[in-house]
Design a protein around this ligand. Structure first.
Ligand code: PLP
Length: 432
């Protein structure tokens, strides 16, 4: 190319959750029976969509041609009014339909938010991080993502004092991101931490983003939505259909913008997101039309309760399986469907191994681990030895060594067996 056509932030675009698939596919082609434990898609893991939800969608598809059309740029008005009314009934920051903006999934919302955020304005996010945020934020600024720690020794609660110090010392920080309930730790932010974060935002004139895509999948702790603690601070909640319906293929997520008019610059920023969506025309129509019918259905609350109770049972099995294992720290997840295991300081070395029967697989793994961070090294050995594919925390913008696994497996025997094999793998690896 006669000019450099690569965006300066291109090297920041990494997605460990799917990158590991390339190695998994390669090992599978070499005969290793791969068990995918990396992707957060309930449907891929066999979750069934309730029949009554399918009927709502079928009815729209067969009897309402509007579901095939474009929707207004911000989203279907009836749906936005429905959401605003529901939120206003909960109290807290109030919404109108004008304050809601639909996207093609939150993946689209996240990309768009950072694409149109001023390149010198930074958003401080959690570590470990969900890579879509950390990559998009880093790419927009052409600099490593700025983070605050979630602390495994404190049940993954954030260190609010660290946030305060970072915000005070770095004037480029313009927003604070929380993911509540969190991916990858499964933690639910305590009210005190949330109020602390909002107070920092208020004092330093920042906005707060709260990703609440898992807010209806909670089985421990008290999930406090951002709208309840904002105290006049400009904020954005990210919500979506992917996880709870579950319907990730619908590509339907939305932003709820609170206290939009409290700050002229924030309001201008939000307008830029609406303008960007206008250039794209609109987001997916069918799921937006289905949303009020699904959420108002008498069986929806019961559906959510059942889903949360299934994850709760599996969270208990996770804790029972991993607590006795030496060399690691675990916490019971309280929401979403992830759990993270952290290796204690100093337990990992670059000489540990797991038995690998096939010589070609062993050669490939030896090659791969040469440059890998210590937790990824374990992940590669585990994958070659057992076929189980996990996501290393070092791939989630974290200085902690560990891994994330999901609570998505439907079959309890398979789930228990998978956890057991990972637990045995850790013990074997650390002793090798
Ligand atoms: C915290 C979080 N936000 C957003 C997303 C993306 O969701 P969507 O399917 O709406 O793009 C995910 C998906 O795993 C997620 O874990």
């Amino acid at each position: 190319m006669r000019n450099d056509i690569v965006h300066p932030g291109a090297d920041e675009l990494t997605y460990a959750i799917r990158e590991i698939v390339v190695v998994g596919e390669e090992l599978r082609s070499m005969g290793v029976p791969i068990y995918w434990e990396n992707i957060g898609d309930p449907v891929a893991k066999g979750a069934t969509v309730p029949d009554w939800i399918k009927h709502i969608i079928a009815d729209l598809v067969t009897s309402n041609d509007r579901s095939y059309g474009y929707s207004p740029t911000q989203g279907m008005l009836e749906t936005r009014e429905f959401i605003a009314n529901a939120r206003n009934r909960e109290g807290g920051a109030q919404l109108t339909a004008h304050d809601i903006l639909f996207f093609n999934g939150l993946g689209d919302a996240i990309q768009t938010s950072f694409l149109y955020l001023h390149p010198h304005s930074r958003v401080l996010g959690p570590n470990p991080a969900y890579p879509t945020y950390s990559s998009a934020e880093a790419a927009h600024a052409d600099a490593p993502h700025m983070t605050y720690k979630l602390r495994p020794e404190e049940n993954w609660q954030p260190d609010v004092e660290e946030i305060r110090t970072k915000v005070r010392e770095d004037k480029s920080i313009s927003g604070i991101l929380i993911i509540n309930p969190d991916n990858p730790t499964g933690t639910v932010y305590g009210r005190e931490a949330l109020e602390g974060i909002v107070a920092i935002a208020k004092e330093h004139d920042l906005f707060v983003i709260s990703d609440e895509i898992y807010s209806n999948i909670v089985y421990g702790g008290d999930m406090v939505p951002l709208s309840q603690v904002l105290d006049g601070v400009p904020g954005i909640a990210m919500k979506g259909l992917s996880k709870e319906v579950p319907w990730p293929g619908a590509r339907c997520g939305w932003m709820e913008v609170y206290n939009r008019d409290a700050d002229a610059t924030f309001s201008r920023y939000i307008k830029s997101l609406v303008d960007a969506k206008m250039l794209e025309v609109c987001s997916t129509t069918l799921p937006q039309m289905a949303l009020p019918r699904i959420f108002q259905h008498p069986k929806y609350a019961q559906h959510l309760k059942r889903v949360a109770s299934e994850y709760s049972t599996k969270a208990n099995v996770f804790v029972e399986t991993f607590t006795p294992v030496e060399g690691i720290t675990v916490n019971r997840p309280q929401g979403a469907f992830y759990a993270s295991v952290v290796f204690n300081d100093g337990v990992l070395t670059n000489t540990q191994t797991l038995p690998i029967k096939d010589d070609a697989v062993l050669a490939r793994i030896t090659d791969l681990v040469a440059e890998a961070p210590l937790d990824k090294r374990f992940i590669y050995y585990l994958m070659a030895s057992t076929g189980i594919t996990l996501v290393p925390l070092s791939g989630m913008n974290s200085d902690l060594h560990g891994f994330r696994l999901t609570l998505l497996e439907r079959d309890m025997d398979t789930f228990t067996d998978m956890l057991q094999r990972v637990a045995e793998g850790i013990t074997h690896y650390l002793r090798s």
